[in-house]
Ligand binder design. Sequence first.
Ligand SMILES: CC(C)(COP(=O)(O)OP(=O)(O)OC[C@H]1O[C@@H](n2cnc3c(N)ncnc32)[C@H](O)[C@@H]1OP(=O)(O)O)[C@@H](O)C(=O)NCCC(=O)NCCS
Length: 169
Amino acid sequence: MRTREALLPDAEEIYELIATYSHDGTLLPRTFAEVCENVRDFVVLEDHGHIIGCGALHLYGPHLAEIRSITVDPARQGSGGGERLVKALLAQARKHDVNSICLFTRIPEFFARLGFTMAQREDLPDKIHKDCCVCPRFHQCDEVAMVRGELPKFAMLPQPANWLVKIEV
Ligand SMILES: CC(C)(COP(=O)(O)OP(=O)(O)OC[C@H]1O[C@@H](n2cnc3c(N)ncnc32)[C@H](O)[C@@H]1OP(=O)(O)O)[C@@H](O)C(=O)NCCC(=O)NCCS
């Protein structure tokens, strides 16, 4: 079993892995087009040439990245693949010199083992602006916000003129 950066030909398998867990809200749904567009965010978990897991690191900016769309084929869970994926995504964050990594999850115990601690979602305005604002469960969110490293000190929110500016939080 090994992890590697995803390539465009992996997009279909990534799409299918995510779809397995998006119908019940465990993972945010991703269209095939979104997976293709963002394929460079992904790391895949491979075993004998077969993709059995994936995860993505979304870069908000130098102040924050988010682990998302992380999943292992149900038939292959419990063999250390999920942990490998998280570690590979943390290595990607280090490569980009980002020290604050967030995620939203229903299984905080899994991520706590890997150095994540609970946070308030209000501490992560980038995430609220990107996903939460358009989420049908915004007012009854059952996910826990977690952060590894320092909380971000600012947010990058789009302005009407489409410029990204730093907003002190
Ligand atoms: C979460 C997930 C990626 C973990 O993958 P995995 O390959 O089963 O995980 P690992 O085998 O690397 O587990 C590492 C450790 O975490 C523990 N763990 C695994 N899943 C867990 C969970 N849901 N809750 C708490 N601990 C968990 C394992 O018991 C293992 O501990 P051990 O080393 O003491 O045995 C996988 O269960 C999955 O795809 N779940 C559905 C999608 C999902 O919930 N993704 C997360 C969205 S934020």
